[in-house]
Each structure stands twice: as C-alpha cells, then as structure tokens.
Design a protein around this ligand. Structure first.
Ligand code: SF4
Length: 206
C-alpha cells in the first residue's frame, strides 16, 4: 500500500481514494499510460490510519524534499482532520526544516466536511492548489460530475476566496486539454476576481 511516494523532488501523500466527483479526465480512470498515477499501488486496500501515515513520513528524510503534497488518488480533504494532525506532528518534529505543505484539492472541503475548515488551515498549509476546471456551473457538472450538482461549483469558488485569508498561496488550476485560448482567458479572470492565481497545467501533471 503506497501512503507516501516521491515525485520530482516532492513527497506526495495518498490518504484516501474517496471523491465526491468523477471527473472525465481523472487519472484514476487510467487513461494516462505510463504515469505514476496509473500504478495500481495508489489504489488503497484500505485507508491508512493517521499513525500509519506518520510512520510512513518518518521512514523518510523529510527535510530533503522540496515540498510535501497531500494529493492522493482521491480528494484528500475527506481526511482534512488527519492532514492537520499530521502537519502538527511534523512541525513539532522538524520545525523550520519542514518543507512547505500543499494540498491539491477540488475545493469541496467545506461541502464534504459540513463545516468551514478554512481557519484550521492557517499556519499549517502553505499552498492550496484548487481545480477550477470550468467557466460555468453547468460545464463543471458535465466535466466533474460532483454528487452535489451545480452547487459544487460555487462552493469551490467560495472556498478559494475564503481560503486565501488563511493560506499564503492559493492557486486555481485548469487542465489545458480541450480548453480554447478564450476559455483560458476567462478562467484567468475568474481567478483574478477571487484574488488568486491561475495555473494552466498539462494533462499529466502534479
Ligand atoms: S476531483 Fe480529483 S480525484 Fe476526484 S474525480 Fe476529479 S480528478 Fe479525480
């Protein structure tokens, strides 16, 4: 079972395979051949406990990584309480030597948890990478199929806007595949209005 794994100098953490979406481009569909994300080992036979995850961290040379990324083969914020606990443990152990911590997320943490998690991110999470994916709620639903329907789109935008009050770096991302230059420009405007940056990433990326 792969809990932590290295990718381009960063340490990635895989705590859950749960997700409230079913994105057309999700790497879990195994369409991106040859990527680490298509390896069967990222499918967890069960979710690791927070202690198992901590043990996996501590078996590695943590300060040597450029970044720690809670990513998963699923939506990591299903386990936000365990993420926060793990960061607290690592900060206590490594202090200033702890690399910056990022969460790659669909931005639905508040929907998933049924509470406002943003204040809890302060002082723990350095970067949030939030998938924007679409310029309208209808397009978002057609692409990502969130179980909450169109409400999930606005929830994601609201999360990005609020999170920037607590997290130093909030970045929204889109996958360049099937996006026109005009659509990418609109995504830039959406991000700009929320006060966050937009990163256009290729189909296989971190
Ligand atoms: S939100 Fe992420 S993990 Fe969930 S289906 Fe979409 S790409 Fe996959």
């Amino acid at each position: 079972m792969t809990i932590t794994y290295e990718y381009e100098g960063a340490l990635y953490v895989n705590l859950t395979n749960k997700c409230n979406c079913n994105c057309e481009f999700c790497l879990r569909h195994g369409k991106a051949q040859g990527s680490i994300y298509t390896e069967d080992s990222l499918w967890l036979e069960r979710e690791p406990t927070r202690q198992e995850a901590l043990d996996s961290f501590l078996s590695r040379d943590i300060p040597a990584y450029r970044e720690i990324v809670f990513c998963g083969y699923g939506e990591p914020t299903y386990r936000i309480d365990d993420i926060l606990w793990l960061v607290d443990q690592l900060k206590e152990k490594f202090g200033e030597k702890l690399p910056p911590v990022r969460i790659n997320t669909n931005g639905h943490a508040n929907l998933i948890q049924g509470r406002d998690v943003c204040p809890d991110l302060k002082g723990r999470i350095d970067t949030l990478s939030i998938s924007l994916n679409a310029i309208t709620a209808a397009e978002y639903v057609a692409l990502c199929h969130p179980i909450q329907g169109e409400a999930a789109y606005q929830a994601m935008l609201d999360f990005a806007k609020e999170a920037k009050e607590y997290v130093p770096h909030v970045v929204m991302t889109i996958v360049d595949k099937d996006k026109t230059a005009e659509e990418i420009e609109t995504c830039k405007q959406i991000a700009s209005e929320l006060g966050v940056k937009l990163r256009v990433r290729s189909f296989i990326d971190s």
